[in-house]
Design a binder for this molecule. Structure first.
Ligand code: AP5
Length: 213
C-alpha cells in the first residue's frame, strides 16, 4: 500500500503512521523527523531547515521534494510506504505525481484547532524519534523513552506560539490538498478521537476498504 497521511500539526499522523507501518510491514517516511535528525546531526540540510522548522514555517518545496524523491527510490519502499507529512503544498503534490508515484489512498486525520493546541502541550519526544503524550500515550517511566531509555524532551516547535503559526500554515498551504486528492478519488477522512486506540480503530476500518489489513 502506498499511503499518504495528512492532518494538522499534532493531529496524530506520526502516531498512526507507526501503527500502520508495523501492521503492513512497510516504512513510514516522516519528512519532519528526517529534518529534525538532520538538525540534530548539524548537516547542511539541518542548518538550512532549522530556522524554518523552529519558526513553524514550511521548509522550501525543492528541499523536501528532493528528500522524498531519494527515499522513494530506495529498496525499502518497494512493497509500499507511508508518507507522513508530505506533501504539504500543491507544488509538492504535483512533484509527487511527476515522479510517477501511484498513491492508493490519502488519509486525513481531522482534529479541531482547539484540541490540537491543548494536545501539543503534553507531547514529549525522544531523539530516537519515539513520541509520547503525558496523558494519552505516557512512557512506562516518566520522562524516559521506552525504546532507548534516553531522556524525553519537548520539541522546539511545540511552544504555544509556534503551534499557532504551524496551524496557520497548515490551513493556508496544506489544507487545499484535501480538495486536490478528493478530486482524484483518493481522500479518506477520519475524525481524530480523544484516545489513540479509538483513532487507530477508525483508521483501520477506513483503510480496510482500500485494501489495508
Ligand atoms: P512534522 O514533524 O511533520 O510536524 P507536524 O505536521 O506539525 O506534525 P507533528 O509531528 O507535530 O504531529 P503529528 O500529526 O505527527 O502528531 P503526533 O502523532 O506526534 O514537521 C515538523 C516541521 O518540519 C514542519 O513544521 C515544517 O517546518 C517541516 N516539514 C516537515 N515536512 C515538510 C514538508 N513536506 N514541507 C515543508 N516543510 C516540512 O501526535 C501529537 C501528540 O498527540 C503526541 O503527543 C501523541 O502522543 C498525541 N496523540 C496522538 N493521537 C492522539 C489521540 N488520538 N488522542 C490523544 N492524543 C493523541
Amino acid at each position: 500500500m502506498n499511503l499518504i497521511i495528512m492532518g494538522a500539526p499534532g493531529a496524530g499522523k506520526g502516531t498512526q503512521a507507526e501503527i500502520i507501518a508495523a501492521r503492513e510491514n512497510i516504512p513510514a517516511i516522516s519528512t519532519g523527523q528526517i529534518l529534525r535528525d538532520a538538525m540534530a546531526a548539524g548537516t547542511e540540510l539541518g542548518k538550512t531547515a532549522k530556522g524554518y522548522v523552529e519558526n513553524g514555517d514550511l521548509v522550501p518545496d525543492e528541499i523536501v521534494i528532493g528528500i522524498v524523491r531519494d527515499y522513494l527510490k530506495s529498496d525499502a519502499c518497494a512493497n509500499g510506504f507511508i508518507l507522513d507529512g508530505f506533501p504539504r503544498s500543491i507544488a509538492q503534490a504535483e512533484a509527487l505525481e511527476k515522479m510517477g508515484v501511484v498513491i492508493d489512498a490519502v488519509l486525513s486525520i481531522d482534529v479541531s484547532d482547539d484540541r490540537i493546541v491543548a494536545r501539543m502541550s503534553g507531547r514529549r519526544v525522544c531523539k530516537c524519534g519515539a513520541s509520547y503524550h503525558i496523558d494519552y500515550k505516557p512512557s512506562k517511566v516518566e520522562g524516559i523513552c521506552d525504546k532507548c531509555s534516553s531522556e524525553l524532551y519537548i520539541r522546539a516547535d511545540d511552544k504555544a506560539e509556534t503551534v499557532i503559526t504551524r496551524l496557520h500554515n497548515y490551513h493556508a498551504q496544506t489544507e487545499p490538498l484535501l480538495a486536490f486528492y478528493n478530486e482524484r478519488g483518493k481522500l479518506i477522512r477520519v475524525e481524530g478521537q480523544e484516545e489513540v486506540e479509538d483513532t487507530t480503530r477508525l483508521v483501520r476500518e477506513a483503510l480496510a476498504k482500500v485494501g489495508g489489513r
